[in-house]
Write a protein that binds this ligand. Structure first.
Ligand SMILES: NC(=O)c1ccc[n+]([C@@H]2O[C@H](COP(=O)([O-])OP(=O)(O)OC[C@H]3O[C@@H](n4cnc5c(N)ncnc54)[C@H](O)[C@@H]3O)[C@@H](O)[C@H]2O)c1
Length: 253
């Protein structure tokens, strides 16, 4: 296995499980030291143990990405102990329940919460960590979604807005040679996604893809590794769809 991230520091939000944990393990497997943030402390402890079993290290932090004060406290702690952040993966996100069921009748407080976690939190964290990202000439990877291209749900709308932020951030952070890209996964076989979609729907979705298998967390980790690596260093200001071809077949939630 290549060791493209030896000596590098990678911060992953939403890394108590699912895609975030998979990404953290993928980078640890290539030599990175990790900073993990989530609201799920038990899941964070499990992720840390898995990373240490790979021979790497991780610090864990309870951070609510929907709370500005939490983000500020976390960023200060990170900046106090890390001169450089090479990769920031803004992965934490709300995607299940009401946020994924249309968008009427939510009320302003729910809209604000959904946008705070999925859209503003990633931007605020990147802004707060900018000095350490700049010293590393680092990369920000925003976790967007296939749902952003056809946004018929509050979820899709928050992620479509994150696409826009990705472009805005690439422009603004580019002054410090920090790249900003987005990854828009299709429906990936994570525990959370499996719980949210009934088995018949999984089969319908798979049938719509031109790549006839379900997407996995490893598919998204592979793309994150490439985008963060020297091989991906000329890719900037792009949101890259990784969905096995679902979108071109007119996928609808
Ligand atoms: N799995 C998919 O098919 C898929 C597809 C497209 C996009 N995504 C996006 O990828 C990301 C990860 O998805 P997943 O499938 O691994 O889901 P997941 O639910 O397993 O992981 C999300 C993580 O974010 C954490 N989180 C939630 N709210 C938080 C908050 N306020 N502050 C900090 N952490 C918080 C959760 O505790 C959890 O560990 C999300 O942004 C999701 O929208 C997933």
């Amino acid at each position: 296995m290549p060791n493209r991230f030896t000596g590098k520091t990678v911060l992953v939000t939403g890394s108590a499980g699912g895609l975030g944990r998979a990404h953290a393990l993928a980078f640890a497997g290539e030599g990175a030291r990790l900073i993990l943030a989530d609201i799920n402390e038990a899941g964070l402890a499990e992720s840390k143990a898995l990373i240490e079993a790979l021979g790497s290290s991780a610090s864990v932090h309870h951070v609510d990405m929907g709370q500005e004060a939490d983000i500020a406290t976390f960023a200060s702690a990170v900046l106090a102990t890390h001169d450089r952040i090479d990769v920031l993966i803004n992965n934490a996100g709300l995607h299940a329940g009401e946020i994924a069921r249309g968008f009427f009748g939510l009320g302003l407080a729910k809209w604000q919460h959904f946008f705070a976690v999925n859209t503003f939190g990633p931007m605020l964290l990147a802004e707060a960590l900018r000095p350490a990202l700049a010293r590393a000439k680092g990369v920000i990877i925003n976790k967007c979604s296939m749902a952003s291209y056809n946004p018929a749900t509050a979820y899709g709308i928050t992620k479509a807005s994150l696409n826009i932020f990705t472009h805005a951030m690439a422009q603004q952070f580019g002054a410090d040679e920090i790249r900003c890209v987005g990854i828009a996964p299709g429906l990936m076989e994570t525990e959370a996604a499996l719980q949210g979609v009934d088995p018949a729907n999984w089969e319908r979705l798979k049938a719509m893809q031109s790549v006839k298998r379900q997407g996995t967390a490893q598919d998204i980790s592979n793309l994150a590794l490439f985008l963060a690596s020297d091989e991906g260093s000329f890719v900037n200001n792009q949101v890259i769809l990784c969905d096995g071809g679902n979108q071109m077949r007119g996928f609808r939630f």
